[in-house]
Design a protein around this ligand. Structure first.
Ligand code: ADA
Length: 562
């Protein structure tokens, strides 16, 4: 649920609560299921990942969620699903209104107008892997893929002419100028009078000239203050027509890249932090505000200023918190180790583009988000992958000229797509997936691998771009200590991460790091889990319940310079 009021005038209702629920299993394909024939024997909350509940844990198949909502007769309204997984078909009053398979994306769906005021909403949700039905997700991704309605569902009742979205691009803080781009529904062209207020005080009236449903304006924020991770000053801007409004928060910060460095507000800034999954063993990808806040407090304590939202579009609540508490975020679309079958699958291709559009639309006004990414560890060393990397790079720049674009490559030495990034982000696991598997503690590999990557990037003239280590890490089982200090001990992980962090903070050619990973997280539980003890990815500096391992102290000391 949003952290601040996004509308004072527009009627929005949160549909979260206890919904009817039925697990339907696998006897039919989900396309053959209809709400008319369903009975409900259980109730589950929304948000929830239904397959985290003991009765359904680990099951795959179709499930149905059902609720009712009230809406004035014959009005326009839409439902906002802030994040779901994996395949969804939405019915209102038994009528199919939308089908989508964009895990973690925020999706808006029009409610067909009706004379009745009580409406029935049924969401058929399927969590089976299927390359056509859910092209963005696979069983080999190294994090558990859940079904369900992961985040809140909102109902927006809107007038005939309403704000579809507003994008704000803050300029130089000394001028306080913000460029606003509006997209309206309900008007093609014409004039729209708008009242503007800033930080709760009325500022001015403007008349927007709308063409193709779009308009632009400039607003000057009085007493504008800069935003950074250290001083996360936010301003609130409200735009109101006579019967609709839109409230956004804005932070004045610039991000640029120059001579291998990331500049925030013109100042070279080393980005230090972690990759983080939105995950908890009990609730899966459904993260309550209290858990997001705890995680951010822990990351602050570790001395971090940077988080990679691996590997999918982030919960808008989390980004609101990052805006407010002061973190830089690398946000990316859903992808993991995608290879030729995906790059040659038109549904994967269009799904990537669609998810990028939705991610940028959702997150563009968050000052915390400083870079866009996609296709984690995709086949960026293969020619079949080049067109999609090129297209995504271009799309990000077209939709948002203000932020750099990157992707986490696992092929830094023979990557074919480095021209399609502004920051080179490399995932590398020296001394874990080690070059010398006979060596007991091959920690020497860490510095030599980083040297090798930097040397190569310089030889292919990519070293004028900032270089970020977007993943590096080692597994440790919480509580496992052993005099050998070998793999899986907390000691090995602590020594490993200390070596990494010391290298990063002492090397001005490393613009940043997101260690893999913040906390342990559930992953596949098939035979593939033989390399994932407990069916968890155990490379967390904290375990899945956020209990710190020994590495916590080691990282904290280096990041904080204690
Ligand atoms: C990759 C991947 C991560 C995780 C990691 C690991 O780099 O991007 O999601 O799977 O490897 O633990 O091996």
């Amino acid at each position: 649920m949003p952290l601040y009021s996004q509308h004072l005038l527009r009627k929005t209702t949160l549909l979260d609560g206890l919904w009817d629920f039925q697990f339907l299993g696998t006897a039919e394909e989900p396309e053959k299921r209809f709400p008319q024939n369903l009975t409900y024997t259980d109730k589950l909350p929304v948000p929830s990942a239904w397959d985290t509940f003991p009765a359904y844990a680990g099951k795959r198949g179709t499930a149905a969620y059902r609720t009712e909502f009230q809406v004035p007769a014959n009005t326009t309204s839409f439902l906002r699903f802030r994040g779901t997984g994996m395949w969804n078909r939405v019915f209102v009053d038994g009528q199919e209104v939308e089908t989508f398979a964009l895990p973690y994306s925020q999706v808006d769906i029009q409610v067909p107008a009706s004379a009745s005021t009580t409406r029935e909403l049924v969401v058929l949700n399927d969590n089976r892997y299927d390359t056509q039905r859910v092209p963005l997700q696979h069983n080999f991704y190294d994090f558990y893929a859940y079904g369900g309605i992961y985040r809140s569902v909102e109902l927006h009742v809107v007038p005939a002419l309403y704000f579809k979205n507003v994008r704000l691009l803050p300029g130089d803080v000394s001028t306080g100028k913000v460029s606003a781009s509006f997209q309206f529904e309900g008007i093609e062209s014409g004039e729209v009078p708008v009242e503007v207020s800033v930080d709760g005080s009325a500022l001015e009236s403007q008349t927007l000239t709308v063409s193709n449903g779009q308009a632009t304006a400039t607003v000057t924020v009085p007493d504008a203050k800069p935003w950074s991770a250290e001083t996360p000053n936010l301003h609130t801007i409200r735009f109101a027509t006579k019967d609709d409004d839109y409230i956004c928060r804005v932070g004045f910060r610039t991000i640029s890249t120059e001579s291998g460095q990331v500049l925030i507000n013109g100042k070279p800034t080393q980005l230090l932090g972690y990759c983080r999954h939105e995950a908890h063993p009990q609730t899966g990808p459904v993260i309550p505000l209290s858990q997001h806040v705890q995680d951010l407090q822990i990351l602050k304590d570790l001395g971090c200023n940077f988080i990679r939202g691996s590997h999918y579009p982030q919960d808008p609540d989390f980004l609101d918190l990052c805006d407010e508490l002061g973190f830089y975020v690398f946000e990316e679309t859903l992808g993991w180790g995608n290879r030729e079958p995906d790059f040659t699958n038109p549904a994967f291709h269009s799904g990537q583009l669609k998810q990028t559009e939705l991610m940028i639309e959702k997150s563009i006004n968050h000052p915390s988000v400083i870079m866009w990414g996609h296709l984690n560890e995709g086949a960026s060393n293969k020619s079949y992958a080049v067109p999609l990397y090129r297209e995504l790079y271009q799309l990000c720049h077209d939709l948002d000229p203000s932020r750099p674009v990157t992707f986490a490559t696992m092929f830094p030495l023979d990557d074919l797509c480095l021209d399609f990034c502004d920051i080179v982000s490399v995932n590398t696991y020296p001394a874990w997936y080690a070059e010398d598997v006979e060596e007991v503690r091959p920690l020497d590999e860490i510095n030599s691998r980083i040297d090798k990557i930097q040397g190569h990037l310089s030889s292919v003239e990519q070293d004028s771009k900032p270089f970020i280590i977007s993943e590096i890490g080692a597994g440790a089982i919480y509580g496992w200590h052993d005099p050998h200090n070998a793999h899986w001990t907390e000691e090995y992980q602590a020594d490993y991460l200390k070596t990494v962090c010391q290298r990063v903070v002492s090397d001005d050619k490393i613009a940043g790091v997101t260690l893999w990973q913040y906390c342990d997280g559930r992953t596949y539980s098939s035979g593939r889990a033989l390399s994932r003890p407990r069916a968890f990815n155990n490379k967390g500096t904290l375990d899945e319940y956020r209990r710190p391992k020994m590495a916590y102290k080691a990282v904290k000391e280096v990041f904080r310079g204690d």
